[in-house]
Design a protein around this ligand. Sequence first.
Ligand SMILES: *[C@@H]1O[C@H](CO)[C@@H](O)[C@H](O)[C@H]1NC(C)=O
Ligand SMILES: *[C@@H]1O[C@H](CO)[C@@H](O)[C@H](O)[C@H]1NC(C)=O
Ligand SMILES: *[C@@H]1O[C@H](CO)[C@@H](O)[C@H](O)[C@H]1NC(C)=O
Ligand SMILES: *[C@@H]1O[C@H](CO)[C@@H](O)[C@H](O)[C@H]1NC(C)=O
Ligand SMILES: *[C@@H]1O[C@H](CO)[C@@H](O)[C@H](O)[C@H]1NC(C)=O
Length: 479
Amino acid sequence: MHFLPYSLALSCMLSLVTESLAIPTPSPATPVSIPLVRRRPKRNNTDEWLQLQRDAVVAKYGIGKSAQQKRASGYNLLGNQDGDASFYGSIAVGTPPVGYNVILDTGSSDLWLAGSSALSDTTSGISTFNPNTSSTFKDLQTSFQITYGSGAAQGFLGTDVVQMAGLKVDAQTFAVATAVTEDLLNSPVSGLMGLAFETIASSGATPFWQTVATNGGLDQPLMAFQLTRFTNDTQARDLEPGGTFNLGAVNTSLFTGDIDFQDIPGGQGTYWIQELTGLSANGASVELPAGAASYAAIDTGTTLVIGPTDGIAALYAQIPGSQALTGQNEGYYAYPCNANINVTLRFGQSTISWPISDDDFVLQQRGNSCIGSFIAVDTSAGSQVPPWIVGDVFLKNVYSVFRATPPSVGFAKLSAAAIAQNGADGPAPSPTVGSVVSTVASVETEGVRSSKPNGAVKVRAAWSWAAVGAAVLLGSCVL
Ligand SMILES: *[C@@H]1O[C@H](CO)[C@@H](O)[C@H](O)[C@H]1NC(C)=O
Ligand SMILES: *[C@@H]1O[C@H](CO)[C@@H](O)[C@H](O)[C@H]1NC(C)=O
Ligand SMILES: *[C@@H]1O[C@H](CO)[C@@H](O)[C@H](O)[C@H]1NC(C)=O
Ligand SMILES: *[C@@H]1O[C@H](CO)[C@@H](O)[C@H](O)[C@H]1NC(C)=O
Ligand SMILES: *[C@@H]1O[C@H](CO)[C@@H](O)[C@H](O)[C@H]1NC(C)=O
C-alpha cells in the first residue's frame, strides 16, 4: 500500500509474520450412521401444519436467511491525494457514528484508525478515534501491529459498529492505533481499510467487506473501483475527487462492455491475485514464466506497479534508450521522454490486453529523462507475496471489480463519463455519516477467538528481521 511517488529513495519494507497464517485443517470425519427412518408429520388442518411444510423447505434450501435479511449495495465517493498517490473513502464508526476518511486498500486486510495519542502533531487536521466517546466500543485487550512500506502502525484491537456505503456491521474488529510512524497518514486521512481476505489479516479479524459479502448482506458479493487521474494536471491540488467505490453492485454508468472476470488462481483468496499472462511495451511482448512466478496482487493501496527484476528488465528492454538506475534509485529505470510509452497487461485466460496511459507510465520527468512507474523489487522473501504488485498506475485505466464468489477480479473499459472525471478539479468529498440500508452480524474470527482462553493472543504481524523461517508479508515499498 501507500507509495509516495515523488521521492526516489527506494527502501523496500517487508513485514515479517512470526506465526504463519493458520489455515484450519479439517479433522478426519468420524463416520456417523443415520437411521433412514423418516417420520412424516401427520397431515391435519391446523396453521401449525402449514407452517411446518413451509419451514422445512426454507430450512432445506437455506432461503430463510436471505429472505429475512435485507440485501443492499451502496457507494462511496473517493478522494485522490497528492496527484494519484493514494485514494481514500469514508466509513463511520461508533455510537453515535463519526465519519473518518480511510485509504481503501485491496492489498491488505486490516482496518485501523488513528487514536488521539497516535499523532504528535495535534494540528495535523487528522480526525482521531476516541473509544471513550462511543458507547458501543469494546476493547479486546489485544495488541496490534502492522508494517507497510511507507510506515507502521501499532495499537490495540477493539470492536464497534462500522458503517460504509449504507452497510453496517455491528461488532467489527479493528485497531485503534496508539502510534503511527510519521508520514503514514496525511490529512484528511485517519486510517486504512484493508479490502483483501481474512487469511492475510494481521489482526486475524474478518475484514468488513468479507463480513457483509459472506453474510449475504450484499446484492452481489463484490466491490468495484473507478479511480481518477490527476498526475498530468499541473493545476491539481493536494486533494481532488478520486472516483467511486461501489459495494454490493457495479455502477454501469462508469464502464462500457462486459466485465472480464478472471478467477483467482487456486480459488483461495489471500491478496486479490491474478496471473499476469501478458505484458507488452509499444507492441513488443515480454516473455513471462507461467504460474506462480507471474502472480500479481491487484492493489488499490499501491501507487505503482512492482515486478521481479527479470520481468522489469525485460519490459524496459523494449523501450529504446532506457537505463536502469543505481544506488538509492535502484529498481527504477529512466528512458527518453520523447518516447510515448504504451504498456499493456493481460491476466489469466483473458484475451484482452489492457493499455496503460503514457501519463500514468511517466512517474517523473527530469529534463529529457523520464522515470517509469514500473519498478523492480524482489518480493521473493514473502511466502504469500506474489512477484508482481499491480497498483493505481494500472487501475486508473480500467473499471476494476473484486468479486468474492467465485473469487475473481474483473476489469472493464471506463465509460466516457468516468474518463471525463480525470483532471476535472473539484472539491474532494468529506466523510459523511449516511443512512444504514442493511445491517450484518459480525463474524467471530479465529484470531480473536483464540484470545479467549487466557486473554493473551499472539499478534500475527510482529516484525522482526530475525524471525527465521517466518512467512513474510510485503506491505509495500517506500519511494
Ligand atoms: C397438526 O400438525 C402439527 C405439525 O405436525 C402439530 O404440531 C399439531 O400438534 C397437529 N395438531 C393436531 C390437532 O393434530
Ligand atoms: C478514556 O478514559 C480513560 C478513563 O477515564 C482515560 O484514562 C483515557 O485517557 C481516556 N482516553 C482518551 C483517548 O480520552
Ligand atoms: C491528461 O491526459 C488526458 C488523457 O489521458 C487528457 O485528456 C488530458 O487533457 C490531460 N490533461 C492535461 C492537464 O494535460
Ligand atoms: C454511478 O456513476 C455516476 C457517474 O459518475 C454517478 O452520477 C452516480 O451517482 C453513480 N451511482 C452509483 C449508485 O454509484
Ligand atoms: C496500446 O497498445 C494496444 C495493444 O497493442 C492497442 O490496442 C492500443 O490502441 C494502444 N494504445 C495507444 C494509446 O497507442
